[in-house]
Design a protein around this ligand. Structure first.
Ligand SMILES: *[C@@H]1O[C@H](CO)[C@@H](O)[C@H](O)[C@H]1NC(C)=O
Ligand SMILES: *[C@@H]1O[C@H](CO)[C@@H](O)[C@H](O)[C@H]1NC(C)=O
Ligand SMILES: *[C@@H]1O[C@H](CO)[C@@H](O)[C@H](O)[C@H]1NC(C)=O
Ligand SMILES: *[C@@H]1O[C@H](CO)[C@@H](O)[C@H](O)[C@H]1NC(C)=O
Ligand SMILES: *[C@@H]1O[C@H](CO)[C@@H](O)[C@H](O)[C@H]1NC(C)=O
Ligand SMILES: *[C@@H]1O[C@H](CO)[C@@H](O)[C@H](O)[C@H]1NC(C)=O
Ligand SMILES: *[C@@H]1O[C@H](CO)[C@@H](O)[C@H](O)[C@H]1NC(C)=O
Ligand SMILES: *[C@@H]1O[C@H](CO)[C@@H](O)[C@H](O)[C@H]1NC(C)=O
Length: 899
């Protein structure tokens, strides 16, 4: 399809969709676009809604967040003087606003096309994505460039101008700032800082400890000035130049708003020979305060400082390298857009935003050695739970974003996972399941050893991510270094995943007993553990976990399907009217495990297609939560489709959400599937999930480990991959308990059988609770083949009392997010955050019509189902053999901490 044709198709599709919810004409670009987004605290966005009938565009750029009901403005003004008239191309008007004619997006760029009197303007906001160069990727700098072309064929006298204010430095608008201007041979820059920075603290979600830079390349026609906003802009408007003079009256950033300006005079031209480029940067050093597992408090520096001796050197190279950086970005754009177009027509549109927002939630850091030298081999990447909270490396968001890191450079995955592993493999962590983050106070990485109720969810996430990273990178170092921990986790899943209780919450904050979608994640993760065991040569465990997963998946399949066997239910044995987006099946595809029967994918594909009808913004999360969906899970689901039609349907739905103009927030991952409006997760790195279909195309490689079970201490650094990994693998002997764990792991088979017994009991109990149900033959009591149980079974899945409803049954913001709702609204009054938040009551499980099982559930088939279960159980018991039932010491503590 030609680009023009595609635009036409997109526009007409959009028109079709929007005619259902809105009668206004909406342009074919998103309501809000990134203009300077490189890190969690350098995240500037622009609303593109047109304000009047002439199509006048005039908006302040904004920080991603939402400050006390006010727009968190980041002062940034762009002007152009054409002959004697001054036009504004960025910021709220003080001058004649240029007309916005088009907005185009590429994965690295947001491009505004405008008309300013007799000339056309092209303004390009370039945020490089540099997955194979971590120095470049970690530079928190961004470009904006201006090109001018005469629209009437005549030459015009052109001068260009841009300034920034101190609002980029603090969410406290009374904060005192100070500044200086340095005129060098290569570049001219303004450096602006806080008089009293407060390290690692946020004020209204902005950091309060960074330094802001505004820079241009030096040239004969470049002028600069610092001073009050009106003064600098007025000077430019009347003369086309600035005065090269400093205002040294340091003051609060909002007192006579000091601005930091550059102008470039071009003389009479028909068009610019090269773009006029301004660079902006926001640098925090130290970026992260990390409490290491050994008890040190480490201040971590941004990675780029490993290559440059100072921020100014780094900035100089960033400013001077614009032509090559821009060229590389174009190549990246082309490559990604091509790959996306091969998958579905709307996919390129989605991927034109996802990488910037997903990388924009990261800080790539290194530690500072005792010698004062940065340790380039100690790379750790931290992710902020943007749009929701200040959680550090939130595991479920990491899991959403993972396909992007895998696709662009799997080494990122390791640098994100390794701090989680190191912490949980230390004496500070005792839970038998995986942590859900590394703390709740970004950029302070304190660790998080609290008990929590996402054990299956987060443990499954960790095992799946660990294998995904290893298979695509070939780097098995995380596996060999933390094999014992991985086994503890897999064993936890064996005890907890087959019939998860309603104390087990999903990534969506939902606690539904016997959730088919949550259960299958844990089962896939157990199968993944088998592959992890294979990588380290622990052959007993390979067999054990694989068999365990196969037995579980057979039981799962027999319980999870509707009575007509045509789709997966929300939870085992529930009404046929229930369902959910079974997005956790994606892991089976990603890891190439083929654990789940192919027929399930086909059935789900047909089923999703039927529920997608009438949902322009995509089907909801599940049959209980019809007012919320999630773009990340829709893309995971689309990647499990058995045909291209469904992939197209679901990617189009997400495209509609992103490109509509009904307050979808800043690419919020969670949104209302009816209106497309935001719910939470604005600017979330979870948008990396948009790469889910692409990540399936990645080649697997052989996993190399530096310390296989049979090996001694020898380490082969060449086995690691990625630009930065070589030599960083530390060999660590596998601990004896891990090996013993492998040997005695056979007991897990017993636990598996136990799980089946529980399941049978559960089926029996559920049915026995239904008064209209059959009288169940009590053949559970006739299963003497079962050996005596040596430890208590996992708690039976049961509904919890209603007092828990508001937490476990709600999709409201996570309880630990002490933050305002992640909304960024043009007009905070139009929709209050409260009204857009899912309320506990509207989302609570109690809404479910548990008592109203359709009469279709046939009692005879129930008996057959139950009987099959028990047969299944017997078979597995026989297979496993009673002799395997010696208890390993780990299991007793494995469950206690969940409750
Ligand atoms: C610009 O203004 C000056 C003085 O106000 C006037 O002499 C000149 O003709 C004007 N130029 C144009 C192109 O309008
Ligand atoms: C914007 O477009 C309107 C209508 O075409 C026109 O009258 C106005 O002069 C334009 N504004 C600019 C700054 O070019
Ligand atoms: C200026 O922009 C308009 C659309 O806004 C376009 O039709 C025209 O061709 C452009 N002129 C030049 C010289 O780029
Ligand atoms: C603006 O600066 C340019 C180059 O520095 C100079 O040629 C021009 O005369 C200046 N214009 C005014 C109005 O000062
Ligand atoms: C600098 O300005 C002068 C006069 O305005 C103009 O002739 C010249 O082309 C400009 N040089 C550059 C590099 O823009
Ligand atoms: C684009 O793809 C080509 C061919 O696969 C590859 O050689 C090149 O490195 C890629 N460039 C970027 C910037 O991703
Ligand atoms: C590293 O630590 C030394 C003091 O030990 C300090 O002077 C230096 O600034 C630190 N470097 C970075 C990049 O933070
Ligand atoms: C949990 O972590 C804190 C520090 O973050 C530590 O003081 C405490 O001892 C840890 N708890 C356990 C049980 O290890």
């Amino acid at each position: 399809m030609s680009p023009l044709l595609r635009v036409v198709v997109l526009l007409s599709l959009l028109g079709l969709v929007l005619s259902q919810s809105s009668s206004s004409n909406q342009p074919g670009w998103p309501e809000v676009v990134p203009v300077a987004v490189r890190s969690p605290y350098f995240s500037c966005w622009l609303f593109t809604s047109t304000q009047n009938t002439e199509g006048t565009f005039a908006q302040w750029a904004q920080f991603w967040g939402y400050v006390n009901g006010n727009d968190p403005i980041l002062g940034w003004v762009g002007l152009v003087k054409v002959d004697n008239a001054t036009y504004q191309w960025l910021g709220e008007p003080g001058f004649t606003p240029a007309n916005l004619t088009n907005v185009r997006l590429t994965p690295t760029r947001t491009i505004f096309e405008m008309q300013a009197g007799p000339v056309n303007l092209t303004i390009t906001y370039l945020m490089p994505i540099e997955p194979s160069d971590w120095v470049q990727q970690s530079l928190p700098f961004s470009y904006v460039s201006l090109e001018v072309a005469s629209a009437d064929g005549f030459s015009h006298d052109v001068n260009a101008y841009a300034d920034i204010s101190g609002e980029w430095l603090s969410g406290n608008r009374s904060a005192e700032i100070q500044w200086s201007t340095v005129v060098g041979d290569d570049i001219v820059y303004h450096e602006i800082s806080l008089a009293s920075p407060t390290p690692f603290q946020e004020i209204n979600q902005q950091a309060n400890d960074g330094v802001m830079y505004h820079a241009v390349t030096q040239g004969p026609n470049v002028t600069w000035q610092t001073g009050q906003d009106k003064v600098c802009r007025g000077q430019f408007s009347s003369t086309g130049n600035l005065t090269n003079s400093l205002d040294t009256n340091f003051r609060p950033l909002s007192t006579n708003f000091p601005v930091f300006a550059f102008a470039v005079s071009l003389g009479p031209i028909k068009s610019t020979a090269a773009p006029i480029v301004w660079s902006l940067g926001y640098v925090r050093n130290p970026a992260i305060q990390h409490s290491t597992p050994s008890g040190d408090t480490q201040l971590r520096a941004p990675f780029f400082l490993t290559q440059y001796s100072s921020v100014v050197d780094a900035m100089t190279s960033f400013v001077m390298n614009y032509p090559t950086t821009s060229q590389r970005a174009s190549e990246f754009d082309q490559n990604l857009t091509q790959a996306a177009t091969n998958i579905s027509s709307q996919y390129a549109g989605i991927l034109s935003l996802a990488p910037r927002v997903a990388f924009g939630g990261l800080d790539i850091t290194v530690s500072n050695g005792t010698d004062g030298q940065l340790n380039a081999s100690d790379v750790k990447t931290f992710m902020k739970d943007m749009g929701n909270s200040r959680r550090v490396n939130p595991v479920e968001v990491l899991y959403q974003a993972f396909p992007m890191y895998l696709y662009l450079n799997a080494s990122f995955a390791k640098s994100l996972l390794s701090p989680l592993f190191e912490y949980q493999d230390s004496a500070l962590y005792h839970n038998s399941y995986a942590a859900k983050d590394l703390g709740t106070n970004y950029p302070v990485v304190a660790g998080d050893n609290q008990t929590h109720n996402e054990g299956v969810e987060q443990t499954g996430n960790m095992l799946i991510m660990t294998l995904a990273h290893a298979r695509i990178s070939g780097d098995g170092s995380l596996i060999s270094e933390h094999y014992g921990l991985l086994k503890t986790w897999a064993d936890y899943l064996i005890n907890n995943t087959l019939a998860p209780t309603n104390d087990q919450q999903s990534a969506d904050g939902e606690g539904i007993a016997n959730s088919t979608n949550l259960s299958v994640k844990g089962i896939i993760a157990i199968r993944a553990m088998s592959e992890l065991s294979r990588a380290v040569g622990d052959t007993d465990s390979v067999e054990l976990y694989s068999r365990q997963a196969s037995a579980f998946i057979a039981t799962w399949k027999s319980l999870a399907l509707s009575s007509d066997q045509q789709h997966l239910l929300l939870d085992y044995g529930d009404s046929d009217a229930t369902w959910s987006l079974a997005y956790n099946l994606y892991a089976d595809r990603l890891l190439d495990l083929n654990l789940v029967d192919p027929s399930i994918y086909q059935k789900q594909t047909t089923f999703y297609q039927s529920i997608a009808a009438g949902h322009a913004f995509g089907p909801p999360l599940d049959s209980n939560h019809t007012d919320v969906t999630n773009a990340a899970w829709l893309l995971f689901t689309s990647a499990t489709a058995s045909n291209e039609t469904l992939t197209e349907t679901l990617t189009t739905a997400v495209w509609n959400h992103i490109f509509n103009h009904v307050d979808g927030g800043i690419l919020s991952t969670t949104y209302d599937p009816v209106q497309g409006q935001l719910s939470s997760g604005s600017a979330s790195p979870g948008n990396g999930a948009m790469f889910a279909p692409l990540a399936l195309s990645m080649q697997n490689t052989t996993i190399s480990v530096s310390a296989p079970l049979s090996a001694t201490s020898g380490t082969d650094p060449s086995t690691t991959t990625g630009p930065l990994d070589s030599g960083t693998t530390k060999s660590k002997h596998l601990d004896v308990s891990a090996i013993i764990g492998g040997v005695i792991g056979g007991v897990i088979g017993g636990v598996c059988a136990l799980g089946l017994l529980i399941t049978a009991l559960l089926v029996w109990r559920r049915k026995s609770r239904q008064p209209e149900q059959l009288v169940v033959e009590p053949f559970i009591h006739r299963t003497p083949v079962l050996p005596p149980l040596l430890h208590p079974p996992p708690p039976l899945p049961q509904q919890q009392p209603d007092s828990k409803e508001s937490i476990v049954g709600s999709l409201s913001p996570r309880p630990d997010s002490g933050e305002p709702p992640s909304t960024l609204r043009r007009n905070p009054d139009s929709i209050t955050p409260a009204s857009s938040q899912p309320t506990a009551s509207s989302r609570s499980r109690s809404n479910r019509s548990r008592g109203s099982r359709p009469s279709g559930s046939n009692s005879r088939s129930d008996v057959r189902e139950l009987r099959d279960e028990v047969e299944n159980l017997r078979r597995v018991m026989q297979e496993l053999g009673v002799d395997r039932l010696a208890p390993p010491p780990e299991y007793t503590s494995a469950r206690d901490s969940v409750t």
